[in-house]
Ligand binder design. Structure first.
Ligand code: ADP
Length: 618
């Protein structure tokens, strides 16, 4: 767990409601940035002072005119007015800057923690959660949290201070008028709340339409081959039109709501103005107030419009931000089930002895049969084992528990005699390289894909040797930029076989004590597989190797072979022994041999047929 994340793990979370739990987590980040917020509060106070000083200064300047002060004094008052306006502008700038910076900082920290946390979660977590959902939490929800902390907090925290300040300032001119002016504001705030939430929900709806439309485009571009193969172009275009129509509708609704805003916001200062004139007139006549004060009140009425109306929107931002934080908190609260326990040991050098002792494993769905059932198996260090069996027999599962991709119970799996659950993950994964069935390449240069998992300063020779051993070097020579060729998203620029061999090279470059190949060579053509097989002795020398294979041919030379069926070991031995035994393995071998002979005969017949056809044609 990263230190930053450790600091945000919450103690005593028992009875909290989810949203309170989320806000408590958020408050940890806020406290960490408390210095920003303290400074911000100070700047806000200064800003509110200048904000309220301005109307007072206007009134003062006008009083000067009414009283006929000398021209120089009028100028002086104008300069002061100007100074207050400039100062207020600067303070406003700093206040926004501070709070937006703090929001970005918190967003940055949460995003880092979230990503680091996701990396620690076991594979089983990713089977349960949809990618789109996770992406949306990491991107959209985090954005909403930033809006909560930025514009949301800015106006929700600042407005009350502004109102109190304005009331105090106005009451120095006329308490009666100040109270009267303030009376309609609760109603205004209510209206702004309704309008704000409508504006908010409409902009959200428009955003959602836009994102579902972009998803649609993305999926169509990615699946264009299928669209064309099934002649679905017209159909897809119609569906796109529907999505586009929905977006237009929602955008129009948004435009209508935002167009209504200025009409209503225009009304607000008018009410204040009318009040000021009507009541102010009487006050002036009675000699309780000067002309300048009347001007001040009209300016106050105008100035309070924006903070009032933005408040409704800001409250919606806060609500939305809180539920977004709840969704993020849901992920951050998932404890990584596979982690180092206290007392885990760091194995400096793993020799590679693997021992399964009655290992039984089932995936989360408890109603289904165990994927592995009472496996007893010893693979001495430096030896090789082949795992064969029908689809769904549990071969991949058996391979995946060795690097602890899935959690097994204590006392069932040992590496070098140490219970796997007690070995520090870092030392375990340093010693094991696994080439999964569906090897994933990143959209980076080939060289970096091979060096993945190695320190940045690894000598190039190590990468080159790994590529040669994986029979990839010749392909690399043919690539436009050799080792610097960008392989595209998921390695799209390479053939299936090249992708598998790159993944193999990546595993070899690690120089692991334990190498696990999960049906690695299934997409490699027969010739290349033969070349790799010929190299195997060198590849495997000094390592423990686990080869999961669907083809008997891939395991025939290995030290021991295990046949799995329905999660159990049904046969074990060396190739010759298993063939002699005449059981499952022998049948599998015979079937595959017959298939290969048939394929070979077909190839020959086609060849001969073609030859004859050419001959007859001549
Ligand atoms: P094999 O590699 O021999 O084809 P697997 O190890 O992939 O077999 O699968 C063994 C059993 O476990 C199968 O019944 C399969 O459906 C199930 N299984 C595999 N992966 C998962 C998973 N992530 N969640 C639930 N069940 C799984």
């Amino acid at each position: 767990m990263s230190e930053a994340l450790a600091a945000t793990q919450l103690a005593g979370q028992g009875g909290d409601s989810p949203v309170r739990h989320a806000l408590r987590r958020l408050s940890v980040y806020l406290r960490r940035n408390a210095r920003f917020y303290l400074l911000w509060f100070f700047v806000v106070l200064l800003y509110v002072a200048s904000f309220n000083l301005l109307p007072l200064a206007v009134g003062w300047a006008i009083d000067g005119l009414v009283e006929g002060v000398p021209r120089a004094e009028v100028f002086r008052r104008c300069w002061i007015l100007f100074g207050i306006a400039v100062g207020g502008g600067l303070l406003r700038f700093f206040s926004r800057q501070l709070v937006f910076d703090a929001a970005r900082e918190v967003e940055y920290e949460i995003r880092n923690d979230l990503f680091a946390h996701l990396q620690k979660l076991p594979q089983s977590f990713f089977f349960r959660w949809r990618t789109g959902d996770l992406m949306s939490r990491c991107v959209n929800d985090l954005n909403s949290v930033r809006m909560l902390l930025g514009p949301g907090l800015l106006s929700v925290a600042q407005s009350p201070i502004l109102f109190v300040g304005a009331f105090l300032a106005m009451s120095t001119l006329s308490l009666k008028l100040a109270i009267l002016m303030m009376l309609p504001y609760p109603a205004f705030i209510l209206i702004s709340r309704v309008l704000g939430s409508r504006l908010y929900s409409r902009s959200l709806a428009a955003q959602q339409s836009l994102s579902s439309m972009s998803n649609f485009v993305q999926e169509n571009v990615a699946g264009i081959a299928v669209v064309k193969a099934y002649a679905m172009e017209r159909d897809q275009a119609d569906r796109f039109e529907e999505a586009n129509e929905a977006l237009r509708e929602r955008s129009l609704e948004l435009v209508r709501t935002s167009a209504a805003m200025p009409a209503v916001t225009g009304l607000l200062p008018a009410v204040g103005l009318a009040l000021a004139l009507w009541v102010g007139f009487g006050e002036i006549q009675a000699g309780r107030m000067g002309t300048g004060a009347l001007f001040s009140f009209t300016i106050f009425a105008r100035q309070l419009t924006f903070p009032t109306f933005i408040m409704g929107y800001a409250i919606s931002l806060m609500q939305r931000g809180a539920s977004a934080m709840q969704r993020i908190d849901e992920i951050l609260s998932v404890m990584p089930s596979i982690r180092d326990e206290a007392g885990s040991v760091d194995l400096e050098r793993i020799a590679g002895r693997i021992e399964f002792r009655g290992l039984t494993f089932r995936y989360d769905d408890a109603s289904r049969a165990a994927a592995l059932d009472g496996i007893d198996l010893v693979v001495p260090a430096g030896t090789t084992v082949g795992i064969v069996g029908p689809v769904g027999a549990g071969k991949s599962t058996l391979a995946s528990v060795i690097p602890r991709l899935f959690e097994v119970e204590d006392g069932q799996l040992f590496i070098d005699g140490v219970d796997i659950n007690r070995i520090r993950l870092a030392s375990l994964r340093r010693a094991i390289a696994m080439v999964p069935q569906d090897s994933f390449l990143f959209s980076m240069p080939l060289r970096d894909n091979i060096a993945y998992g190695l320190p940045a300063d690894v000598p190039f020779e190590r990468i080159e040797t790994a590529a040669q051993r994986a029979q990839l070097a010749r392909d690399i020579e043919d690539l436009p930029h050799g080792y610097d060729t960008l392989v595209g998203e998921r390695g799209i620029m390479l053939s299936g076989g090249q992708r598998q061999r790159t993944a193999l090279a990546r595993a070899l470059a690690l120089e692991p004590s334990i190498l696990i190949l999960d049906d690695t060579l299934s997409a490699v053509d027969a010739d290349t597989e033969q070349r790799i097989q010929a190299e195997l002795d060198r590849l495997f020398a000094g390592r423990t190797v686990v080869v999961v294979a669907s083809r008997v041919n891939s395991v025939r030379k290995l030290d021991q072979i295990v046949v799995l069926d329905g999660g159990r070991i049904v046969e074990r031995g060396r190739h010759a022994e298993l063939i002699a035994k005449g059981g499952v393995y022998a049948r599998l071998a015979a079937e595959q041999a017959a298939e290969e002979t048939r394929a070979e005969r077909e190839r020959r017949l086609i060849g001969e047929g073609l030859g004859r056809a050419v001959g007859e044609g001549a």
